[in-house]
Design a protein around this ligand. Structure first.
Ligand code: ARG
Length: 570
């Protein structure tokens, strides 16, 4: 049950006015409160307390209200009946939204032959959780891993391999695609090619020109370049798969990126030409996306660069066209670094102007940077920009250290699960748009707002439930709750609202914070309410086991939405 909505609807209906309902953290005076009497006093020609008195007597008639009282100048506090809470608190179920949407989500978006950088962490974690939330609340989603598999880096990598192994037949213009070439690329070495090539291109204009030429001919279908490309593409796709597994994110519905989109460029070009949207500028072909109302600079959208090659811009527009055809989505949502905001603004305008996809149905969720203690983008000890693997490795080392210190013995899978939870939970905890500081030590603490704390609480509940037979789970019709039990159940009944708000506000941090609050209430309950102790009577034990079970199911659902894995022990 969505407790807040239920109470809010009934109160609105009863009083016949719009009521702004609050649920205070401290429930000493009531479970909900409202300033409705103060808001409406003037128009009702009464003083607030007078009006509050009238409201309170009406509210007392609602069958779920135990007590409605006035506080201060006219606040109203509402206390719910215990039996109402007991009867309605339940484990969460999938929510069936009234208007299910089809949503294309573009996240991950890894690049061929480039190791994943720290930015790919946030797009993967936030995008995946948002995808799970959207599905949970009843929408149909398609996740797109818009792979960088077509642009400039391909030219650089092929040019680099040409430099290393000029004798390979791939570089001949008469290369026959049926040729078996005895040449293997080492996956670790592959990741060094792009950085090396792009560094060289900066200082060596000949190499730069060569890479550009190769890129253009590759895109035109040069058979040798293409055969070589397929070799390293395969390695990259495998490593992307490993990343998906390592991060425990859902498999992508489409691993189709720039190259796939390039197949739609001709169709899109026809549309653009028919609308006279492409014009020439400095040898390149561009689209003007400026509006009269713009105050900030709005550069043209690059359709084709001065060498006639496809661009990040053109393939992104073609990808929209492709998605419209394949999925016909009600929304297309992109999760990338905030620094790509201008690109997406241009893309949305170009798509809208060409009639390919309406501006209003696009969204770009731009995330902030992961920084080090110095407030600058996180670097590894040797001063390099941190990669995704570095981050996970650092978290794992920190967890291992803690575990050793505490004298516990946990197997590798458990340590991996804990470190992943530490990284993901910490990422989700922050507002997507803000930067945050990555500190392996603090995020791996077993106490406080951390992933390990969340898992620890789940493990604790599981271990209670694993010890009791299901026959003990006889749900009690009535149960006399204490404050800790009551508070926990009310939090459980706030889950549905939290997930819906997280979806509506595109705010994955709400789930993480909810999970933390839930865990705190669970642990208070655990400390104050013995379950299996001999002096606990059967009725109390059964009641508490019921609470444990629905608390566990609620927490497990939240954990699943965050893509964390609960280990057997901790
Ligand atoms: N591959 C790009 C990167 O690693 C992100 C692509 C985002 N998606 C898109 N449709 N442009 O930065």
């Amino acid at each position: 049950m969505n407790l807040y909505k239920y109470v809010s609807d009934k109160v609105n209906e009863k009083l016949g006015v719009a009521v702004n309902l609050e649920s205070p953290r401290n429930r000493e005076f009531g479970d909900f409160s409202t300033n409705v009497a103060m808001v409406n006093a003037k128009s009702a020609g009464k003083n607030p307390r007078e009006l509050a008195t009238e409201y309170v007597s009406k509210l007392a008639e609602l069958d779920f209200v135990a007590d409605a009282s006035i506080a201060g100048p006219g606040f109203i506090n509402i206390k719910l009946r215990d039996d109402f809470i007991w009867k309605n608190a339940a484990a969460p179920e999938h929510i069936a939204t009234k208007k299910p949407m089809t949503i294309d989500m573009d996240y991950g978006a890894y690049n061929v032959a480039k190791s994943l950088h720290i930015g790919h962490l946030r797009t993967s974690i936030v995008g995946d959780t948002f995808n799970r939330i959207a599905r949970f609340v009843g929408h149909k989603t398609f996740s797109w891993n818009h792979i960088g598999d077509w642009g400039k880096p391909m030219g650089l990598i092929i040019a680099w391999i040409e430099r290393l192994h000029p004798e390979l037949p791939y570089f001949r213009n008469d290369f026959d695609p049926k040729t078996q070439v005895d040449f293997e690329i080492d996956p670790v070495e592959l990741n060094t090619y792009y950085p090396a090539a792009s560094a060289l291109a900066k200082t060596d204009p000949d190499f730069q020109a060569r890479a550009q030429e190769i890129k253009a001919r590759f895109q035109d279908g040069h058979p040798g370049y293409f055969a070589l490309y397929e070799k390293f593409l395969k390695i990259s796709l495998e490593s992307m798969n490993n990343t998906v597994k390592r991060l425990n994110i859902l498999p992508f519905d489409y691993d189709l990126g720039e190259r796939n989109a390039a197949g739609y460029l001709d169709d899109v070009e026809k549309i653009l030409r028919a609308k006279n949207m492409i014009y020439e500028s400095d040898g390149a072909e561009v689209i003007n996306v400026k509006r009269d109302t713009d105050t900030a600079p709005m550069p043209p959208y690059m359709w084709r660069d001065s060498r006639g090659a496809d661009t990040y811009d053109s393939t992104d527009l073609a990808a929209v066209y492709c998605r419209k055809q394949k999925d016909n989505p009600d929304k297309i949502i992109y999760f990338t670094d905030l620094r790509q905001s201008l690109h997406f603004e241009q893309l949305f305008r170009a798509a809208d102007m060409s009639g390919i996809y309406p501006y209003s149905q696009f969204e770009h969720i731009g995330y902030g940077t992961i920084n080090g203690a110095d407030g600058k983008p996180f670097k590894t000890r040797d001063g390099n920009a941190a990669g995704l693997d570095d981050i996970l490795d650092m978290a794992t080392a920190a967890v291992r250290e803690r575990v050793t210190e505490s004298g516990k013995e946990l197997d590798n899978d458990t340590i991996t699960a804990i470190s992943l939870a530490a990284v993901k939970f910490n990422d989700l905890l922050h507002d997507v748009r803000s930067d945050y500081i990555f500190d392996p030590k603090s995020i791996t603490s077993f106490e406080g707002r951390t992933g390990p704390y969340i898992l620890y609480t789940a493990v604790r509940l599981n271990s209670i439930l694993n010890k009791v037979q299901s026959s003990k789970f006889k749900v009690q019709k009535e149960y006399d709750m204490n404050t800790d039990e009551r508070n926990l159940l009310i939090q459980i009944m706030d889950f549905e609202r939290t997930v819906l708000t997280a979806f509506d506000n595109r705010a994955t941090d709400l789930i993480a914070n909810y999970a933390y609050d839930l865990c705190q209430l669970i642990n208070t309950f655990y400390h104050n309410c013995p379950i299996m102790r001999d002096d606990v009577d059967d009725k109390t034990r059964a009641g508490r086991l019921h609470i444990v079970r629905i608390a566990r199911d609620t927490l497990a659902t939240a954990i699943d939405l965050m893509g964390l894995k609960v280990p057997r022990e901790m």
